[in-house]
Design a protein around this ligand. Structure first.
Ligand SMILES: *Cc1c(COP(=O)(O)O)cnc(C)c1O
Length: 223
């Protein structure tokens, strides 16, 4: 964890950014609850999960800790309720009808659910996310849902060997956010960068890096 923190700080310094503006989201999917407990004891507070059943067991086991939970996996329409009830963030939103369910199912006493729209920058068939051209329309529709708060954009770009080319994808997401903000969207979040590429993402303005293996080592639980 200290090594990851040091790398984040170095990338922030290189970008001329304040390290406090970059959230380390620890991706604990396929890691045991004890690993989360250890990471929390070391000072981490934000955790990301992708598989709902596994996540719910872990949330139960760790209910005594003041942690913020982010759902970063694929969303299924018939499994939105526990996400609306138990998580504080959803990063992979791409469909309006799922967003409508999350908004309707968000408990009235809870603050609005923070959401990011996932953008499929390269149009990869294997990846989720909306095409950049669909983004303005979806962002506007989400803005009308009372129990969601649209915070920003998320991406999982193609892996590039050349760091400059990797940066270009992240720059594209930053530009898409700038375009929405120029229309008054008020988005404060760019959820981009994983173990293999978070430094490039920070250089292009990432505010949330989602890091699993670089923090916890290889994943162990069956997905
Ligand atoms: C698994 C996952 C991560 C973390 O990946 P690592 O390469 O282990 O850092 C980040 N974001 C999403 C959406 C993931 O599914």
């Amino acid at each position: 964890m200290h090594e990851v923190r040091a790398r984040i700080a170095a990338a922030a310094a290189r970008a001329g950014r304040n390290v406090a503006d970059i959230t380390l989201l620890a991706v604990s999917k396929a890691q045991p609850a004890d690993s989360v407990r250890a990471a929390a004891a070391a000072g981490l507070t934000e955790f990301g999960e992708s598989y709902l059943n596994e996540a719910l067991g872990k949330l139960e086991a760790l209910a005594g800790l003041a942690l913020t939970w982010h759902f970063i996996g694929r969303l299924q329409a018939n499994k939105t309720r526990p996400i609306a009830e138990r998580f504080q963030w959803v990063h992979g939103l791409e469909r309006l009808h799922i967003a409508e369910r999350l908004s309707a199912q968000r408990p009235v006493h809870a603050p609005p659910l923070n959401v990011c729209i996932q953008v499929n920058l390269a149009g990869e068939a294997s990846k989720a996310g909306v095409a950049p051209a669909q983004l303005p329309q979806l962002a506007e529709a989400l803005g009308a849902l009372p129990r969601l708060r649209l915070r920003g954009l998320m991406c999982i770009p193609p892996a590039e060997r050349d760091p400059e080319r990797q940066r270009a994808w992240f720059a594209r997401l930053r530009e898409l956010r700038e375009a929405l903000n120029a229309q008054g969207a008020g988005l404060d979040t760019l959820s981009m960068g994983m173990s293999a590429d978070f430094e490039s993402a920070i250089l292009e303005g990432s505010t949330v890096v989602r890091i699993g293996t670089a923090l916890f080592g290889p994943r162990s639980l069956p997905a």
